[in-house]
Design a protein around this ligand. Structure first.
Ligand code: FEO
Length: 397
């Protein structure tokens, strides 16, 4: 990524990772790659805000050098410990040993446990300020959005919010601003990021946004650490976050299933037909051939979830089990669910899925629907009616 001036004397100096296809291990599919954004403010003091993933340290240094020699950096703001933002920090501090690192108490601890560096570190708390000359930075602790160390930085003179991961997208693009990219694609990637990383932290996110609003921060630009910068309409992403954080949904059902010989698939399709007949939007995913990251994204604004599996060894099939493991951690609020599946003799899948749904804290609103071997016409009709009944509950909210 070439250097871009985002505001007078403020530069985007991060990098584009076009090729990354998995994030956080294999929990998140990044089919559009990502960016690791870092920002340089050149004032009477020079500040680097975050760094990049360590593999891209040389490119970050090259970018900074286009503006100033790296040894001129006075401060490095570490808004977040995770290595996609701190990986190049040791390299930067080698070139600029006098630079002071600024972050939260948890950041100090976390950086030490990652790099064991004996660095000049200043711990800051919410509302602490750093004078840069013509500008200041105000710090806002944002614990668990999404690590304990997380912090936002805010420049009031430019009305610029630097919230690190929050409001980001895993979206590699040479265009650096929201108004330069396809809006549907941008919001899809922002939604995907929220669903897969931030969903379980919704209560904290809602409170943090409300805190910012109470602090009367004017926000003209949001420069996150992944994806594009919001300059055209920062309220668009703030309002989207508020809606997601409040677990606002629409009448929509997502069916996620896995099938062994097609019987559970037949059930899923008849359930969907009943839901659709009731006038409710429905999406079906065979999880064995679907992208988990995208399925969870579809679930973010859906009121109802149906989960189904054939029984195998008295349990659900393994692709659905892996998906349910991810789902369990998201703890979605204000949702309805029900479970279904076919079996040969003893059964067990439906009960096992229901156990996970309960752990996730999602309300099961209909008894599980189990059918022996292949559903006959009468049983298919039962699936259809079951779907209709579920859809009515979803519509009733
Ligand atoms: Fe982009 Fe939590 O790191």
């Amino acid at each position: 990524m070439s250097v871009i001036k985002i505001l007078p004397d403020i530069y985007s100096v991060g990098v584009i990772d076009w090729d990354v296809r998995h994030f956080h291990g294999h929990t998140y599919t990044t089919k559009r790659g990502t960016t690791y954004n870092a920002y340089l403010i050149v004032d009477e003091k020079t500040v680097l805000i975050d760094t990049v993933y360590g593999n891209f340290g040389a490119e970050l240094i090259e970018n900074i050098t286009q503006i100033i020699p790296v040894e001129k950096i006075d401060y490095v703001i570490a808004n977040h410990v995770e290595i996609d933002h701190s990986g190049a920090l040791p390299e930067i501090l080698k070139l600029s040993p006098k630079a002071k690192v600024i972050g939260t108490e948890k950041c100090k601890e976390g950086l030490y446990r990652h790099y064991y560096g004996n660095w000049n570190f200043q711990v800051v708390k919410t509302a602490d300020k750093l004078n840069l000359g013509k500008r200041t930075l105000t710090f806002i602790e944002a614990p668990m959005i999404h690590w304990p160390d997380s912090m936002f930085s805010y420049c009031p003179e430019e009305e610029l919010l630097l919230p690190n991961d929050a409001f980001g997208q895993h979206y590699a693009t040479s265009e650096r601003f929201d108004d330069e990219v396809d809006q549907c694609l941008l919001m899809e990637e922002a939604k995907k990021y929220y669903a897969n990383i931030l969903w379980p932290l919704s209560g904290l996110i809602q409170k943090k946004i409300e805190d910012l609003q109470k602090m009367n921060f004017k926000i003209k630009m949001i420069a996150p650490s992944h994806g594009v910068i919001w300059r055209k309409d920062p309220m668009k992403i703030i309002n989207a976050y508020l809606s997601w954080a409040k677990n606002e949904t629409k009448p929509k059902v997502v069916i996620v299933y896995e099938t062994m010989w097609g019987a559970t698939e037949k059930m899923a399709r008849r359930l969907a037909a009943g839901i659709s007949e009731a006038g409710v939007e429905v999406k079906i995913f065979n999880i064995a051939s679907s992208d988990r990251t995208e399925v969870l994204t579809e679930m973010l604004d859906a009121k109802g979830f149906l989960f189904g599996s054939s029984t195998h060894d008295n349990d659900m099939l393994p692709s659905l089990a892996a998906f349910m493991e991810l789902f369990k951690g998201l703890k979605p609020k204000n949702r309805f669910s029900a479970c279904f599946g076919s079996y040969g003799w003893a059964g067990g899948a439906v009960k096992e899925i229901e156990e996970v749904v309960k752990i996730a804290g999602v309300k099961i609103v209909q008894p599980g629907l189990s059918i022996k071997y292949l559903p006959d016409d009468g049983e298919l009709k039962k699936c259809y009616e079951y779907g209709k009944e579920f859809a009515q509950k979803v519509k009733g909210g």
